[in-house]
Design a protein around this ligand. Sequence first.
Ligand code: NAD
Length: 352
Amino acid sequence: THTPEKLLVTGGAGFIGTNFVHYWLATYPDTKIVVLDALTYAGRYANLQPLEGQASFRFVHGDILDQPLVETLLREETIDTIVHFAAESHVDRSIYGPDAFLRTNIDGTHSLLKAAKKVWLEEQPGFAHRFHHVSTDEVYGTLSPTDPAFTETTPYAPNSPYAASKASSDHIVRAYQHTYGLQTSTSNCSNNYGPYQYPEKLIPLAISNLLQGKAVPIYGDGQQVRDWLYVDDHNRGIDLIIRTGCIGETYNIGGNNEQANLSLIHELCALLDARFPDSPHVPHNQHITYVKDRPGHDRRYAIDNSKICRELGYEPAETFQSGLAKTLDWYLSHPDFWQGDIKLFGSHGGNA
Ligand code: NAD
């Protein structure tokens, strides 16, 4: 077991990172989090502003590729745990511009590993540490409707530049554990949804479009299946892995909740109809517009989460219905988050 006291959270101003920081400090108020984030289009300092001034929180605006900066932070804050979220994360953007994905996701992860190796292994041998790498189920490729779900031993077969860059980073993390003895762990998680998700992704895009009376763009036939997990259920899984997971292991995290994109949108429409029976912008199922499918679009992802459930006692807390209702409530009470300057990419927000 490992007891994190001082954490460096990379990408902590993004969607999952923000939720992680709030979850962690609410759960472990006596620990300290240093967030390192480059504040790309996907990162928002405002997400973390309520924590400003607290002794348990520090924000550093910087790039994970800045190895001297990371080394300084590890030393000066005596960081014992890195939770690595920072990434370029949007599949559509990776299709049209893979360079940033290879730079941040591959070189950036490597740069962090080099800093961790130098400070933790070379300068402070014996120092208890943990490097947790947050990855995706997209590294496993695509499934047919009858294939069994992805397990930790499913061969890697990434299809998009995003997935390939994440797959690469997983392998580099693995190599640093095997070769140098860095104490690492990796989680491969299915599609997340919840508060603070940038409105280019499917669920927040659909919520903001429907609330504004606009159609929701759907790729192809809308039958792409994703295994949706509420973001805090992902973060509780990461928490378990950091504290009780085995060094060098990978864990799949998922919610046993497969949904086709089209039925997900129908469910969201039904939820909105129930909330706003008399509203002029009541969403209806005709508020869907079909757009040309994404090139190389994976058909189905599904996670077998039995390893983390069996070995670490993991269990998702939310059902899809409860998680979706919480998410909708959050977007309804935070219109500033999705009504501002949103930079959408291409014709549709995509899935991942
Ligand atoms: P996001 O795009 O919302 O946030 C990424 C954050 O990283 C942003 O705050 C951004 O400013 C920061 N960042 C980007 N490049 C950086 C750099 N070079 N240096 C420092 N910071 C940088 O992403 P997300 O959806 O929160 O995903 C977080 C992590 O979880 C990613 O590693 C992603 O691959 C993984 N993941 C996401 C999902 C999902 O459904 N969203 C599922 C499984 C795994």
